[in-house]
Design a protein around this ligand. Sequence first.
Ligand SMILES: Cc1cc2nc3c(=O)[nH]c(=O)nc-3n(C[C@H](O)[C@H](O)[C@H](O)COP(=O)(O)OP(=O)(O)OC[C@H]3O[C@@H](n4cnc5c(N)ncnc54)[C@H](O)[C@@H]3O)c2cc1C
Length: 382
Amino acid sequence: MQPHFQESESTHMVRQTVRDFAEKQIRPHVMEWDEAQTFPRPLFHQLGELGLMGVLVPEAYGGSGLGYLEYVAAIEELAQVCGSIGLSMAAHNSLCTGHILQFGSEEQKMRWLPKLASGEHLGAWGLTEANTGSDALRMQCVAKREGDDWVINGAKNWITHGISGDIAVVLARTGDLGDSHGISAFVVERGTPGFSGGKKENKLGMRASETAEMIFQDCRIHDSQRLGDVGDGFIQAMKVLDGGRISIAALSLGIAKGAYKAAVQYSKEREQFGQAIANFQAIAFKLADMATRIEAAELLTLQAADMKNRGKKMTKESAMAKYYASEASVFCSNEAVQIFGGYGYTKDFPVEKFYRDCKLCTIGEGTSEIQKLVISRSVLNA
Ligand SMILES: Cc1cc2nc3c(=O)[nH]c(=O)nc-3n(C[C@H](O)[C@H](O)[C@H](O)COP(=O)(O)OP(=O)(O)OC[C@H]3O[C@@H](n4cnc5c(N)ncnc54)[C@H](O)[C@@H]3O)c2cc1C
C-alpha cells in the first residue's frame, strides 16, 4: 500500500532504504526486544549512519537536510516492523533535536546538533510530569536564576530516553504557576551533577522504546544552555508538538499498515467452512474499512507534512492527522486481531504487538481528547 500520487525520488529512496534496514536489522529481534523490554541503543548508531537521526537537520549541522515527507516515510516504514523503534526515532528527531533546531541560537545549534544528527548522542524531551500531563502548564519543575546559572529542581515523567538520553531539552517553570509565559526551555547534558534517570516504566506496548523519569536535584547549568528567551518555553513546546504530532501520525500509519497487510494475507490463507475467510463478506468489509481509514489517515498526514515543509501554520492540520491516524491505527489493529481469531491473540503473529503498540499513539504528544480541543478551538476561532 503506497500513496497514489507520485512520491519524490528522495522520499522513495528514503522509504526503500529504511524498509531494507528494518527487514534486516530490526525484524529478527522485534519480539525478543519487546518481551525483555530491551532498548537497543546500538541500533540508533546505525540509524545515525543512515542519516535517520538528523533527518530534518540541515547539512551544515551534520544532518540529512531532508523534509517532512521523507521523515514521514522513514517513521512509517520503521513502524510497520517495530513501533518502538519508530517512536524513539521520532522523539529524538522532532522533539529534542527539533526543539534545538527551531529555537536554538547559532552557537547552540553548532554545539548540540551534529552529535544528535549522527546518533552519537541520543535526545530526550521533558515536558510531562507525574501530575501534569495534558495540563502541562501547571508543571512543578522549577528553574531558579543564580548569577550566570540556573538551578533546576523537580522531575519529569514518561520521558522517551529518560535514562539513556545524552542531551535533554527540559521545560521548567521560571515564572508563575499556570502562566503561559512562566516556563523556559533548557538543554541539560547527561553527566551534569544533579541530573539522573529515574524509574523505567513497564509498559503495555512500545516496550523496546525506553520511557522513564528524569530527576533534577539542584542541577546547575549555565545560562548559555537556555533556549530562546526566558518565558518562551511553553510557546516553543506547543510549536515543537505541532511538528511532533505529524511524526505520531506517521507512526500510527505505519502500525495500521503493518496490521492491515498481515490481515489481508492471513484472510486469503486461512480457511474455514471449506473456503478462505476473505470470501466472507464480514471479513472483506473489515478490510474495506481498514483500507479506507488508512488512506484517509495518509492524506491528512501528508497534508500536514507538506504544510510544515512550506512553513505554513499547521496546528489544526497536524492535530487532525495525529487524531485521525492514531484512532485509525487502533481500529485497524483491533480488526486485524479479530481477523486472525485465536492466533491473533498469541505472540506467534505480529498483530498482537501492533494491537498493544498502537494505543500509545492516541495518548503520547497529546491525547485524542486534547487533539479535539486543539481542532475545535481552531475551527471556532477561524
Ligand atoms: C510511551 C510514552 C512516551 C512518552 N514520551 C514523552 C516524552 O518523551 N516527553 C514528554 O514530555 N512526555 C512524554 N509522554 C507523556 C504523554 O505526552 C502524556 O502521557 C500525555 O500527554 C497525557 O498525559 P497524562 O498521561 O498525564 O494523562 P492526563 O492528562 O492525566 O489525562 C487522563 C485522561 O483525561 C483526559 N483529559 C485531560 N484533560 C482533558 C480535558 N481538558 N478535556 C478532556 N479530556 C481531558 C485525557 O484525554 C485522558 O483521557 C509519553 C507517554 C507515553 C505513554
